[in-house]
Design a protein around this ligand. Structure first.
Ligand SMILES: [Zn+2]
Ligand SMILES: [Zn+2]
Ligand SMILES: [Zn+2]
Length: 165
């Protein structure tokens, strides 16, 4: 397959997505298989703000009572650090679906840069040390955590310790 952004040939199949392009660090995702985040309620479109990942229209929304911002196209979510912790704890405790093995960690993902839509600084990027092998982008200035669409579902469905609700 070819990178959706720079066209470079990637040694990967569509079934391996998401794949971070080693040339331009674009994250290639299969939007047709994007699973929307359960229980996410859109509130209103954010004038003049765009998704830090795919530059589509950005929305204010509510997830489990927490105010968030999100992108309807790539399903990325901006949530505060505190709400993120609560969300993962409660969602993991309440999860009764089939567990999914997370994809192996891709070091290229750490090279991706995500710009905070509020303060326009480059967000810090680090591996999440819980179940799920996710890469988390966070802005210390604005207390935001950015999660890519498939990441939240993966953090919830990955095998591992589950808190008791
Ligand atoms: Zn590329
Ligand atoms: Zn997006
Ligand atoms: Zn910020």
């Amino acid at each position: 397959m070819f990178c959706q952004s720079c066209g470079a040939s990637l040694k990967a199949e569509f079934s391996d997505l998401p794949i971070v392009c080693p040339h331009c660090t674009h994250r290639n995702v299969d939007l047709s298989r994007m699973v929307p985040v359960d229980g996410l309620e859109p509130v209103y479109p954010l004038e003049g703000e765009s998704c830090p990942r795919c530059e589509s229209e950005f929305w204010a929304g509510v997830l489990d009572g927490a105010p968030i911002k999100f992108c309807k196209v790539c399903q990325g979510i901006l949530i505060s650090h505190g709400d993120f912790g609560t969300l993962i704890r409660t969602r993991r405790a309440d999860f009764h679906g089939r567990e999914m093995k997370p994809k192996p960690f891709q070091p290229e993902e750490l090279k991706e840069r995500c710009i905070c839509p509020d303060c326009h600084q480059v967000m810090e990027c680090y591996p999440y040390y819980g179940p799920g092998n996710a890469i988390i982008d966070s802005c210390e200035n604005c207390d935001w955590v950015w999660l890519d669409g498939s990441e939240l579902n993966c953090l919830i469905a990955s095998p591992g310790l589950r808190p008791v609700s």
